[in-house]
Design a protein around this ligand. Structure first.
Ligand code: NAP
Length: 244
């Protein structure tokens, strides 16, 4: 007889942004398997069916809301969806800021619209009381050609992670960041091949890209009780690429 697995996140509500595919979908599977109910966000109509099919496989109650997080009204739209689902007194216990975009452009080509596209999305105001997990990138701490907007937005997210940790710690809330190295998702397809090949060559663990599950498990640990004394930290989930 198999022993039933404990559900460390049972009774918790988690909001995961950008959960239709890639790492976000992996985060949804991980937190749901650990017992959390999920509100998942995404933005493209073409991802409607992806989210519906993801939710149909998750073991806990989950809802989704399609919203463009670069728009200032997005947080209130999400909270309205939460209220409609679970009632006006419902609270978010775990906030995973995962949605992001990248723009691959050199200094001379960057337009103000590119800046707004990256910077208006790659950060988000928290309303969590328990756990905030920001998904950054190893790019926050290394130089990569033509990725200035993306990498600097992830470096800024590290700054927010530390400041939010200082601000929100009084009630036991932790704020941490996971910085993945390359992971095989649609986002990676937009990164020049030579950059990814160079990253693989410099990855001590097996010289490969990471998996969605390898990143999601770290977030799963950060979302639970075991990580209660860890805050303001950045964990590099990269097989040793960019050690810090
Ligand atoms: N993949 C990598 O190699 C890698 C490496 C380091 C860090 N990361 C980080 O990991 C996180 C997830 O990356 P990924 O590779 O899974 O990306 P992805 O496959 O491109 O998925 C991006 C997700 O963000 C959502 N999204 C995009 N623009 C949005 C907007 N304006 N408003 C709301 N949601 C939006 C997308 O929704 P739709 O499906 O509706 O478009 C999708 O769910 C990001 O923070 C990324 O920077 C990834």
């Amino acid at each position: 007889m198999t022993t039933p697995q404990p559900l460390p996140l049972k009774g918790k509500i988690a909001l995961i942004t950008g959960a239709s595919r890639g790492i976000g979908a992996g985060l949804a599977r991980e937190l749901s398997t650990r017992g959390a109910s999920l509100l998942l966000t995404y933005t493209s109509p073409s991802s409607d069916s992806l989210v519906t099919s993801l939710i149909s496989t998750l073991p806990t109650p989950c809802r989704s809301i399609r919203v463009d997080l670069s728009h200032p009204s997005a947080p209130s739209t999400i909270l309205r969806a939460l209220d409609e689902w679970l009632g006006p007194d419902s609270k978010i216990h775990i906030l995973v800021n995962n949605a992001a975009v990248e723009v691959v452009k050199g200094l001379g080509e960057i337009e103000i619209e590119d800046y707004e596209k990256v910077y208006n999305l790659n950060r988000f105001d928290p309303r969590g009381k328990n756990r905030v997990i920001n998904i950054g990138s190893v790019g926050a701490r290394c130089g990569m050609k033509n990725l200035g907007l993306y990498c600097s937005s992830k470096a800024a997210l590290e700054g927010l992670t530390r400041c939010w940790a200082a601000e929100l710690g009084g009630d036991g809330t932790t704020v941490n960041q996971v910085n993945p190295g390359p992971v095989a998702t649609e986002m990676l397809e937009n990164i020049p091949r030579e950059i990814v090949d160079g990253q693989k060559a410099r990855t001590p663990l097996e010289g490969r890209v990471g998996t969605v599950e390898e990143v999601s498990r770290i977030a799963g640990w950060l979302a639970g009780e075991e990580s209660s004394w860890v805050t303001g930290q950045v964990l590099s989930a990269s097989g040793g690429l960019e050690m810090y």
